[in-house]
Design a protein around this ligand. Structure first.
Ligand code: VGL
Ligand code: ZN
Length: 207
């Protein structure tokens, strides 16, 4: 299938940051392989938004903030179950920076998320209470952008949540698989594919 990005299309690049790449604190296998793919795709889009996972020290999604807990445990938070992670993407650190080869110059907006201590945010649209908006939907509507092509890290967490929320908000949503890599924690990737298919997210290998 040939899909040509047009004037009401957005490329949403999720969390292509050092900590999610090999050598990083929460490395996704082969995570840096998305960089050349995304750079090539980005040349074809007039509208580009980046997200940046951006946690304060002591963030409640860090296992170190929960005595006795280990990374990848799940705990009950006031807004629902939350997976605990190794400390990652701390504000201002090298790990939180975008991958040095990611071409970011043409992006019109960087949405930072997960910057409130008491709540995590996987999705580019809502925090993990699935309710508190980041402002991205308003930006897209103001700009008349209606279809979103998504790439980035990780397929089964931040890309997955962003894609399902985009559909919930009424945006046409296309996940470009060659520009994504997954964490795959206890079946999370299979669950993500099922959830995205049910939400009506289109899946293509490349553009
Ligand atoms: C992510 C876990 C924790 C992601 C962010 O970008 O998918 N995953 N923070
Ligand atoms: Zn995070």
């Amino acid at each position: 299938m040939l899909i040509r990005p047009g004037n009401d299309d957005l490329l949403l690049i999720i969390d292509v940051q050092n900590d999610f790449c090999p050598g990083g604190a929460l490395a996704v296998a082969d995570g840096d392989a998305v960089v050349p793919v995304i750079n090539r795709l980005a040349e074809r889009f007039d509208h580009i938004v980046l997200t940046q996972d951006w946690h304060p020290s002591g963030h409640s999604s860090f296992a170190t903030s929960h005595p006795g807990a280990n990374p990848f445990d799940s705990v009950a938070m006031p807004y629902g179950q939350q997976t605990l992670w190794p400390e990652h993407c701390r504000q201002g650190t090298a790990g939180a920076a975008f991958h040095p080869e990611l071409v970011t110059d043409r992006a019109g907006l960087v949405i930072r998320k997960g910057f409130r201590s008491e709540i995590d945010s996987y999705s580019a649209f809502f925090e993990n209470d699935r309710h508190t908006p980041t402002g991205l939907a308003g930006y897209l509507r103001d700009r008349g952008l209606r279809r979103i092509f998504m790439v980035g890290l990780a397929t089964d967490f931040c890309v997955h949540y962003s894609a399902v929320d985009a559909r919930r908000l009424g945006f046409d949503t296309v996940l470009v698989e060659s520009g994504c890599r997954a964490i795959d924690l206890a079946g999370s990737l299979d669950a993500a594919w099922a959830g995205m298919a049910e939400a009506g997210v289109q899946r293509v290998n490349d553009l």
